[in-house]
Design a protein around this ligand. Structure first.
Ligand SMILES: [Zn+2]
Length: 396
């Protein structure tokens, strides 16, 4: 396939030859040295970018805001409302909503998505089985990774929760998850899930320190344990809201420990701006992690949408460019940093091969009507052409 007359972010106009799942060549437009018989798609000057990826979402919860209200508007209210509702969800409902939300993300450019899915005594592995069904049905269009979200692995019923996580891993769960900060014993919970992930050789992705308490310990304990155990698979700490509330010395220390441990951090501006700081009538904190300190230490900082129109966040366009724009305004990232957080850094967080527009790179691409990345992030234009594994999967 030849993508002709594509504009790159530096303003050059090129022809991009795609061979199978990879980019074969990038030549000045019209140089014309291409073998006959390939499909030609004239991009007519549209901007061509490395495809975004969604580093953290919850497809099992998506698109339920109309039936699961959260009047308090905070995290505790969302958890309470969701916990009451989730035992009533059928497999068909999980599959339908998750497919719709994943297709929205795909149409907006994502060729890889990591979703968390609830596991619990009231729902068992129903949500996971539904997500695995969605993963199989969308396999040609995007890569879906499924994280098992459990809490209560310490305290009463902890053994049952760990058994459920094991059952989920046996069913094909991709990544081990958890929420240490709501556990009876956060440090012990981190030990349990790290141990289990190590036994199965799977990555770990935790909801860490999703609160405004500067004495939170999830990230510190996680980094300590990863370093002490030599844990090999990729580790992600999602949220890390509390890090943004700590003093600069402590931020720098934890950022350096995270870098040493090889932990990536995912910040979730849309949902955390909504859920956090409800009880701060004066100068409310933004609820975002310390992106600059993490950057300085060399930690990979990705960003995601988290919740899409559910009790945890009633809005959301399932658009990585929406997330990128929020990073610019709420986290003071530059436009280029913001786009990197939802593309290259997001893919790195998911353990996927890097994308850039060059020979030999994976053909994971998005084309849209914009002059450059700055206009793409600012205007978030619709009508995107999305290419996954060298095939057009959305748009024309
Ligand atoms: Zn989440």
């Amino acid at each position: 396939m030849l993508l002709a007359n594509a504009t790159l972010d530096d303003g050059s106009i090129v022809d991009v030859m795609v061979d199978g799942p990879r980019i074969a060549s990038v030549e000045p437009a019209g140089s014309g040295r291409y073998p006959p018989g390939h499909d030609v798609h004239d991009l007519a000057g549209r901007l061509l970018l490395p495809a975004p990826a969604e580093a953290h979402t919850h497809l099992d919860k998506a698109l339920t805001v109309d039936r699961v209200p959260n009047p308090a508007g905070d995290l505790a209210g969302a958890i309470e409302a969701w916990s009451a509702h989730r035992p009533t969800i059928t497999t068909a409902d999980y599959v339908a909503r998750a497919t719709t939300a994943a297709e929205l993300l795909s149409a907006n450019g994502c060729t890889a998505i990591r979703t968390h899915v609830d596991l619990g005594p009231d729902v068992g592995t129903t949500g996971l089985e539904a997500m695995l069904e969605v993963k199989a049905s969308l396999a040609g269009r995007l890569e879906l990774q499924v994280v098992g979200l459990v809490n209560g692995v310490t305290g009463p019923g902890g053994d049952r929760q760990l058994a459920l996580l094991r059952a989920a891993l046996d069913l094909g769960l991709d990544v081990v998850g958890g929420v240490p900060h709501v556990e009876a014993e956060p440090a012990a919970a981190i030990d349990h899930v790290l141990d289990l992930a190590g036994t199965y050789g799977r990555p770990l992705d935790l909801h860490a320190d999703e609160n405004l308490d500067p004495s939170s310990i999830d990230l510190e304990v996680l980094a300590d344990r990863v370093i002490a155990t030599g844990f090999e698979p990729p580790v992600v700490a999602s949220h890390c809201v509390a890090l943004g509330m700590m003093d600069e010395r402590r931020q720098a220390h934890l950022a350096e420990r995270s870098a040493e441990a090889g932990i990536s951090v995912v910040t979730l501006p849309l949902t955390n701006l909504y859920l956090q700081a409800r009880h701060h009538p004066v100068a409310p904190p933004r609820g975002l992690t310390a992106v600059d300190a993490l950057d300085r230490a060399g930690v990979t900082v990705a960003a995601g949408a988290d919740n899409i129109r559910d009790p945890f966040c009633p809005v959301g366009r399932a658009d990585p460019l929406e997330t990128a724009a929020l990073l610019v305004t709420a986290a003071h990232r530059t436009i280029d940093q913001a786009y990197r957080s939802v593309s290259a850094a997001a893919r790195a967080t998911l353990g996927l091969e890097p994308v850039e527009i060059g020979p030999g790179r994976p053909a994971e691409l998005m084309a849209l009507v914009a002059a450059d990345i700055a206009e793409a992030v600012a205007a978030a234009p619709p009508g995107r052409l999305v290419i996954h594994r060298g095939r057009i999967v959305s748009g024309t």
